[in-house]
Design a protein around this ligand. Structure first.
Ligand code: TRH
Length: 369
């Protein structure tokens, strides 16, 4: 229990695959800590934090989510965050229930959901859900939906973001990566295995403007290398004029990942967290959505394009990039960067009018305490 004005937050995160779950939980943890809260982040696999946040953060304590959790001498937190339905360990819930009852407090158990622009986010945001079974019986969970409208929980955004952006110098930053900028167009690539990757490379290779593709480490780099190998075999002259060059970027910390997006003229991003970062970067971007089995992500993609008021050129490009039904065999349309720039600048401006997620979450907790 925490006796000061600040609260002790226990955030639980299970890493399924990729980096979005831990990426969002880490941003949330440091956002709370920067506002004076005490945070424990319980995670079953913290390995990605080694490169994502190598220096850790003051006020955030990383705890391994062991099975079972040793609760004997554990000071129980005031607020419980269950990230993305990760099912908090029953032994912890039992201790939390005992602790809140002993203190005569209401429980503050929040289920943090995935970001979506779909209507259900507004409908479900803030709803209570009484716990009917298990050690938490009698407690109430609340759903907290991030989102793009004032009736959702908002987006993660640090208070000093604009200041950091204003001080950023892309030439200096590129030099630190060993890149001497020559005025070429810079495009970042963070993706899974997009069906139209080969077409994108072709498009960039024949563009009159020289392009440097800044390829992120992991799946994107593997996909690009495989694609180049194939092309070199089947169409050896595809990049004959060397209009397209490649820089393979190492794993970056989250702060440095922002710098990559700020440095580029066009960003390809994936999942939810880098999507939000691309929006804040205020550069044209293309999103590869995390695929779901039943193609439910196609509706989610369209809902986001609606929020962006995306012009047809951006919609079509997204549909082909994501292999949406009906577009899977279509050619990758031309990129309309000036038009996409206007779109993202307007959407960003609109989103800046909403309170950020951490501010809203803290307000929600105070109200429901
Ligand atoms: O890695 P992702 O594809 O995450 C996905 C989605 O979030 C998906 O919804 C979820 O269900 C699945 O994970 C389990 O993309 P996302 O969400 O953009 O997260 C990537 C994180 O990695 C983000 O915080 C930025 C960070 N990152 C770095 O910090 N440095 C890097 O070099 C790179 C490439 C990424």
């Amino acid at each position: 229990m925490n006796t000061g004005n600040s609260k002790l937050w226990d955030i639980f995160c299970r890493v399924i695959d990729n980096y979005g779950d831990i990426g969002v939980c880490w941003r949330l943890a440091i956002g709370l800590a920067e506002r004076g809260e005490q945070v424990r982040l319980w995670v079953d696999d913290a390995s990605a934090l080694g490169w994502m946040a190598p220096e850790g953060a003051q006020g955030v304590e990383l705890r391994p989510w062991t099975q079972p959790i040793q609760t004997d001498d554990l000071v129980i937190g005031d607020v419980l965050i269950e990230a993305f339905g990760c099912e908090i360990a029953p032994e912890y819930i039992a201790s939390y229930a005992d602790s809140t009852r002993a203190r005569g407090l209401k429980s503050i158990w929040i289920n943090l959901e995935y970001l979506s622009a779909e209507d259900f986010a507004e409908r479900s945001h803030g709803l209570p859900s009484p716990v009917m079974s298990g050690p938490g019986t009698g407690l109430t969970k609340h759903f907290f939906y991030p989102g793009f409208t004032s009736r959702t929980g908002g987006l993660l955004r640090e208070p000093d973001l604009a200041e950091r952006q204003a001080q950023f110098d892309r030439i200096v930053w590129l030099r630190q990566l060993g890149i001497e900028f020559r005025g070429e167009r810079l495009v970042s690539l963070f993706c899974y295995e997009p069906p139209a990757l080969s077409e994108l490379l072709d498009q960039l290779a024949i563009n009159p403007h020289e392009t440097r593709l800044m390829v992120t480490a992991g799946r994107a780099a593997a996909a690009v290398k495989a694609c180049i190998d194939d092309k070199n075999k089947s169409q050896p002259l595809w990049n004959m004029r060397k209009q397209l060059s490649f820089s393979y970027v190492p794993m970056l910390s989250q702060r440095e990942f922002d710098h990559l997006l700020w440095a580029c003229d066009l960003n390809f991003v994936r999942g939810e967290d880098s999507l939000v970062r691309a929006l804040w970067a205020d550069k044209p971007f293309v999103w590869q959505i995390y695929p779901q089995h039943d193609d439910a992500h196609h509706d989610k993609l369209d809902a986001f394009l609606n929020v962006m008021s995306a012009p047809l050129s951006l919609r079509d490009f997204h549909h082909v990039w994501n292999g949406v039904q009906g577009f899977a065999h279509a050619n990758l349309p031309a990129m309309a960067l000036p038009e996409w720039q206007v779109t993202v600048t307007q959407a960003r401006k609109q989103q800046l009018q909403h309170d950020d997620l951490v501010t809203q979450l803290m307000r929600f907790v105070l109200k429901n305490h």
